[in-house]
Write a protein that binds this ligand. Structure first.
Ligand code: CTP
Length: 417
């Protein structure tokens, strides 16, 4: 058995360690979210240099951004603090990426035309276009966002090499409701991390099951288990970061959907099977992280089962649920190698033996074992990978860090076949 020693800095190394981000703020009420984004980027390991337009200073002060970033903020191209008086050159040469958040409609129009009459636009124009990516987080009123001029500008900016991170939808500061809000700081952070992640799963379509299932006894009661869905959701996030198209079939959990992931909510094992069967034909990788209930009540009652005063408990009979993973693993696509199947095994003891036996029984090339009671509901886990070659331990780390390692392991195996 081998043990993965993980990456430099350990499995839980900060995602943006070593990255230097220039965070540009143009004018908009969403500047208040830029403060939170700045903190989030730093918490993820990045160093952040803030540059603000004059309009941005109307919404938030450079003092706030300096305090959060730990660096003096630049606002003017005539800043005498730079020995050569060329802040636009110096700042853009140091950056691993320039993130404009918020990016106003006016600032987009400026970028589009290559205008350079303030430090931020000047710096964007002066950036080495091949080595310093430009990421834009638009923020504006819904009518401004929908305007043909804005939409035209968005298309052209992407053609010119910028990455547009999208917008949120909902209540706007102006009182209207629609598309155009700046994405939330955590969503932007997820997008920036994804931007820097190597795209080892580009072109792959992943279907992932996650969470517990709920098997009804009557309309108000049922049988479920302690699975939180966190490992499956972490897998979905890590796979999307690595460039895959991801669909998540989730049992009853209250976790937020990872950015850019399609989600289908289901309740019972039968619902989960139906959803999987419906979309598996489009998938190239199937990952079964769900803790599917093994049995369901044979004849759930339409009405709440009442106590009859006799002191007798109701007699419940059970039938076995179909094994979703084993069913998919027997499909022609899986047999031909067009669909790579990954199973999980929640065990309470004898992890090696049980995981290897389960892999053979389910007929999957890769099975990931863990001790269920040690991990259900928690943010951390330790994994054991078993395949035809043997087994590999992944020491305890956050589920997201483990998911990212697993994505690499899966990518290596897909690219070998
Ligand atoms: N699985 C599934 N459908 C089922 C049961 C399990 O797809 N009806 C999948 C799980 O998502 C997991 C793998 O099979 O990827 C193993 O699940 P686990 O609960 O550990 O094993 P079981 O097959 O239920 O076997 P046992 O309860 O005997 O350990």
């Amino acid at each position: 058995m081998t043990s993965l020693s993980n990456f430099a800095g350990g499995a839980d190394a900060l995602e943006l360690n070593g990255k230097h981000i220039v965070l540009g703020l143009s004018g908009g009420i969403a500047c208040y979210k830029a403060a939170e984004l700045c903190r989030a980027l730093i918490k993820a390991g990045a160093t952040v240099q803030v540059v603000m337009t004059e309009a941005a200073e109307q919404f938030i002060t450079p003092v706030t951004m300096q305090a959060l970033s730990g660096r003096p903020v630049f606002t003017s191209q005539w800043d005498a603090r730079q020995d050569n008086n060329m802040a636009h050159i110096n700042l853009s040469r140091e950056a691993d990426a320039i993130v404009i958040a918020p990016c106003s409609a006016d600032f987009m129009a400026k970028l589009l035309h290559g205008r350079a009459d303030d430090l931020l636009s000047l710096m964007c124009l002066a950036r080495p276009i091949d080595t310093v990516p430009l990421l834009l987080a638009p923020a504006m009123n819904r009518e401004m966002y929908a305007h043909p001029a804005t939409q035209r500008n968005l298309v052209q900016l992407q053609a010119d090499g910028a990455t547009v991170l999208g917008v949120g939808s909902g209540f706007q500061a102006c009182g209207e409701t629609g598309d155009g809000r700046m994405l939330e700081p955590d969503e932007l952070l997820q997008d920036v991390i994804a931007f820097f992640t190597p795209k080892v799963l580009a072109g792959q379509r992943l279907l992932i099951t996650a969470g517990p299932t709920f098997e009804a006894i009557d309309p108000v009661r049922g049988i479920t288990n302690l699975s939180s869905g966190k490992m499956g959701f972490a897998m979905a996030r890590a796979a999307r970061e690595a460039g895959a198209d991801v669909t998540l079939v989730a049992g009853p959990v209250s976790l937020p959907t990872p950015r850019g992931v399609a989600r289908i909510d289901v309740k019972s094992a039968s619902n989960m099977l139906e959803a999987v069967i419906l979309i598996i034909k489009d998938a190239t990788v199937f990952i079964a992280t769900a803790a599917v209930a093994d049995w369901r009540p044979d004849a759930p009652s339409d009405q709440k089962i009442k106590k009859d005063g006799s002191g007798q408990s109701p007699q419940l009979a059970f039938v076995e649920n179909q094994d979703i993973l084993a069913t998919v693993a027997q499909s022609a696509a899986a047999k031909s190698g067009a669909l790579f199947c990954v199973g999980f095994a929640a065990e309470s003891h004898d992890l090696h033996e049980n995981a290897q036996a389960k892999r053979l029984r389910k007929d999957v090339p890769l099975l990931v074992g863990n001790i269920g009671p040690d991990t259900f509901g928690q943010d951390h886990n330790a994994l054991l990978l078993v395949d035809g070659q043997g087994s590999t331990e992944m020491p305890r780390a956050s589920k997201l860090a483990l998911a990212r390692q697993l994505v690499k392991e899966i990518a290596q195996r897909i690219h070998k076949t």
